[in-house]
Design a protein around this ligand. Structure first.
Ligand code: PGA
Length: 252
């Protein structure tokens, strides 16, 4: 059985005081899934500090990295510095990066390779928009995002093991409208098949996470699907008690 994951994407949320309350209400010592969070970069040391007593399976990552090593790139965060702070993974290609910050396929492909160079696990996010789903284009969109984003991904097995894919239908992110377990399973199954047959990954070992309005009340149905190995969670990951409930569901 593949390992399960609950990954919190805190986006541009969590203040110093809400972080303390997150940890006060966190109870994940008995859970067996991986529990990861990606705070705003400047909070990484604070989060690691607060997480010191967590026994296992807790990691902290970034929401984005700069594609360059270092130098005159005002306002960016380097993979090297994030790694120095204690980040072990980074999201790449979140729909907010694609749509608000206009990050294109080629840039995301460069960022993925750059993250690997710095030994960061990559959670590569893909997903269709509502119009695309309505027009029956979901699989074509996912295929294109995978082909372009993972183009020339190094063949090295240890690097291939650093890839996690998050399927996040754009219409379900932050909207409260969650994909049904069947819709999500269908997309995950397609992704697993495609990365195996066309991109030469050992698809049955790549963790595939679902993201988009996951909360304690709907997690069980999603996480029970054969090809869903966990969840990338925005809103419901901000409160310690909800995050803990999700981790407990993923550990069943
Ligand atoms: P949401 O966000 O859980 O608030 O829908 C998910 C995400 O953006 O990763």
């Amino acid at each position: 059985m593949r390992q399960k994951y609950i990954v919190g994407n805190w986006k541009m949320n969590q203040s110093v005081s809400s972080l303390s309350s997150f940890f006060e209400n966190l109870s994940i010592d008995e859970t067996t899934c991986e529990t990861w969070v990606s705070p705003q970069a400047m909070h990484i040391p604070r989060v690691l500090d607060a997480a010191q007593n967590i026994k296992k399976n807790f990691q902290v990552g970034a929401q984005n990295i700069c594609e360059f090593d270092n130098g005159a790139y005002t306002g960016e965060n380097s993979a090297e510095s994030l790694k120095d702070l204690g980040a072990t993974f980074t999201l790449i290609g979140h729909s907010e990066r694609r749509h608000i910050f206009k990050e294109d396929h080629a840039l995301l492909n460069r960022k993925i390779k750059h993250a690997l160079k710095h030994d960061l696990t990559v959670i590569f996010c893909i997903g269709e928009q509502l119009e695309e789903r309505k027009n029956g284009m979901t699989e074509a969109v996912l295929k294109y995002q995978l082909q372009e984003g993972l183009k020339d991904f190094p063949a090295d097995k240890s690097l291939r093991e650093k890839l996690i894919i998050a399927y996040e239908p754009v219409w379900a992110i932050g909207t409260g409208e969650v994909a049904s377990p069947e819709q999500a399973q269908e997309a995950h199954h397609f992704i697993r098949k495609f990365i195996t047959s066309d991109l030469d990954f050992q698809g049955d070992t790549v963790p595939l996470l679902y993201g988009g309005s996951v909360k304690p009340a709907n997690a069980e149905g999603l996480l029970g699907q054969e090809d869903i190995d966990g969840a990338l969670v925005g809103g419901a990951s901000l409160k310690g008690e909800d995050f803990s409930a999700l981790a407990q569901t993923a550990s069943k």
